[in-house]
Design a protein around this ligand. Sequence first.
Ligand code: SAH
Length: 396
Amino acid sequence: MSTATVYLKPKKDESIRRFHPWVFSGAIKQIDGQPANGDTVRVCANKGAVLGYGHYSPNATIAVRMVSFDEEIPDENFWIEKIRKAYQMREALGMTSDTKSNTYRLVHAEGDRLPGLIIDHFDGHLVIQTHSLGMHLLRDHWVSALKDIYGSNLKSIYDKSSSTLKKNGGYEMENEYLFGDEKSGNISLENGHQFLIDWEGGQKTGFFIDQRENRELLGKVSKGKKILNSFCYTGGFSIYALGNGAELVHSLDSSQKALDLVEENVKLNGFDSSKHACIHADAVQFIKDAETDYDIIILDPPAFAKHMNARHKAVQGYKRINARAIEKIKPGGLIFTFSCSQAVDKQLFTHTIIAAAISVGREVKILHQLHQPADHPISAFHPEGEYLKGLVIQVN
Ligand code: SAH
């Protein structure tokens, strides 16, 4: 089968020549051939110069995600080499041999020059989430690369792409094990803390690895403090707080299923359950009515803005919840506040928090500016990859 060719409109090659990996549908002048969803297409500039190859998604705003900027079409070795490079980067960072942590992100999509592919590692179990059919169709290559890299340390590979593929183009598939069949409920270590990871039933790949370093920072200031961990999911921040001598931790989420896992994680780590309670509630409402004098509040909501056109509403949402927390917290207290919306950048997020502080009329200092860790790298050519930002603010 011959490879279809996508020709770009004049000047639309400029960002691709700077290695930006996205071709928007509006940038396409003409397509030679009839590529199907997931096909690899050749991408050419207006006058025909070959820019590289990408995965075609006919129904998405990002019509082509570039996978190579070479004249050669990617072969099996190309893919295996990409996974190996991603592993070598984590190895160089000491993550693959860390005796206190065996959770890390092995592949972070555009950040590893593998647009549309996420692979998380939990103590020898790998969870794959593909966001484009093109990446999904390559799964035999991922499996052979992963078997080769991990050898006898590989316990299972679970492909959890059904919801992401359905959302990005309506492709139907069942989640399934591509290797091994060990069911979830396995225990992983993060900075010496134990976590039950439910990759089959949990959100995303089962655990939010991206908060690892920020949880560690919370641990350092938790001793003797009363802490509200809102949007807690499986209690990542709560476990670090309890492990570092917090006086009282409230874990709040709107998902009972997530809270059940928090309870299990508290037990698993052997913590005194009288210092911890789960709260099943809406975070905004709860903080507004909160009666406890918290020393620390964590705000880690899901992405309020999934698209640029939802940005204004998202900013209002961040402002509202942060204003309520700033209003309620004890004088001298800390707020760990985050946004994982790609459409809200660092500057806009900081301005939103400042606006929230002004609206409440309390004095606020920015103590830390937080972000995603190194196993969630940002390609210099794709600044949109910087999605997680956070601030630690002190309120007087
Ligand atoms: N901080 C977590 C990750 C948070 S993910 C960690 O370290 O693992 C966002 C969480 O917010 C999800 O668990 C989701 O169930 C919860 N959530 C979404 N909307 C909510 C709301 N209005 N009130 C409380 N929790 C909410």
